[in-house]
Ligand binder design. Structure first.
Ligand code: ATP
Length: 347
């Protein structure tokens, strides 16, 4: 990969995705106060994948999409999308990137479409800017693809929110982008319209193979995508991969597998529910065998009591007056006697 701005070799190296982020940092400074919106975020999204990024409010989702769409620049780190190095782009490189490499759908239905143009005209204007001719058939194909053929002659104000978003997806796909980015595309929609729009994105991904990244706070998105990535405190923390398998009875069933994400230096975030459920804090016990590593509460963690409970001398293995010592070194047998409430992390 080149380190200069602009176009670089696309995904030539094994393990390098169409979206390639390494240790991304974005620091905002407002009135002298620093906010680290991205804190060393690394992410690969591979060609043709449909991936959702979910996270709580303030976790850094919109900041990541601003960087990936070329609207914002990271403070540090590597961000390459479809062979475009997003760090240090010039204005003309940014325009080329936004016109040709990415399509974008935002949460605000009213912002995705020009209000005084019909659905057809909204698509036509994108094709005209890209210098394409004979676009009538292409417009019809795009509206058909997103299930919005019946909206062709309507103005956005005459459509429902869900219909506007499906037309917006058609507009975003008009110049055949390598990557489709959607920032809370269902944020203003009711449940039924949400399902319809997410299923449209899944269908479009299947039909066109366009690499798609959906950012949302709505965890139910995972029912519509194969890969859900969780962002927490400006970093990727966990992933869920769903697979469809055909059982012995010939019926398909969906299985989901959860992963914690290990960064390049071996750091990993445990899910908050594991931390709360096992009362993990400070030091934890790592139990390693050739096949797995398990985590158990350390000397200060809860074992059978509430999180944050003071440890008894038996739990710490420490005699009165020995609190300053590393109690964990003294009591490995205690862990083996406890119920099997370990947070097993790798197999
Ligand atoms: N322009 C900005 N100036 C200062 N701080 C910002 C700016 N944009 C975002 N932040 C801060 O960065 C952090 C991440 O914000 P971001 O909008 O990326 O989160 P988010 O996960 O998209 O949240 P939400 O779902 O509420 O939109 C937050 O603490 C936010 O207050």
């Amino acid at each position: 990969m080149s380190t200069g701005a602009g176009r670089v070799a696309a995904a030539a190296e094994p393990g390098v995705g169409v979206v390639h982020c390494v240790d991304l940092v974005r620091v905002y400074v407002t009135e002298g106060v620093e906010v680290q919106a991205l804190q060393g975020l690394s992410l690969e999204v591979y060609d043709g994948e449909l991936t959702a990024i979910v996270g709580a409010s303030g976790s850094g989702k919109s900041t990541l999409l601003s960087v990936l769409s070329g609207v914002d620049q990271p403070t540090a780190g590597v961000a390459v999308v479809a062979g475009h190095n997003l760090v240090g782009m010039t204005r003309s490189q940014r325009v080329e990137y936004q016109r040709g490499a990415v399509g974008f759908v935002t949460q605000q239905t009213a912002r995705n479409l020009l209000p005084y143009l019909t659905a057809e005209e909204n698509i036509a204007i994108v094709l005209a800017v890209a210098g394409r001719k004979k676009h009538r058939r292409r417009i019809a194909e795009l509206l058909e693809l997103t299930g919005a053929a019946d909206q062709a002659g309507k103005l956005p104000g005459e459509m429902s929110g869900g219909q506007q978003q499906r037309v917006a997806i058609a507009v975003a796909l008009a110049n055949e982008p390598h990557v489709l980015l959607a920032d809370e595309p269902t944020g203003e929609l009711d449940e039924a319209a949400t399902v319809h729009v997410l299923e449209t994105m899944r269908y479009v991904n299947e039909q066109t193979g366009t690499t798609t990244l959906i950012v949302t706070h709505d965890a139910s998105v995972s029912e519509h995508v194969r890969r859900t990535v969780q962002i927490r405190d400006g970093r990727i923390a966990a992933e869920t991969l769903r697979r469809t398998e055909i059982g012995a009875d010939g019926q398909p069933s969906v299985t989901a597998e959860n992963f914690a994400v290990l960064d390049r230096v071996g750091r990993m975030q445990l899910p908050p529910e594991s931390i709360r459920g096992l009362g993990l804090r400070d030091r934890v016990r790592l139990l390693q065998s050739p096949e797995q590593v398990s985590i158990r509460p350390g000397p200060h963690g809860r074992v059978g009591g509430g999180a944050g409970a003071m440890p008894s001398p038996r739990e710490t293995g420490a005699a009165p007056g020995r609190r300053g010592r590393h109690a964990a070194d003294d009591d490995p047998p205690a862990a083996a006697e406890q119920p099997d409430n370990s947070g097993e992390i790798f197999r």
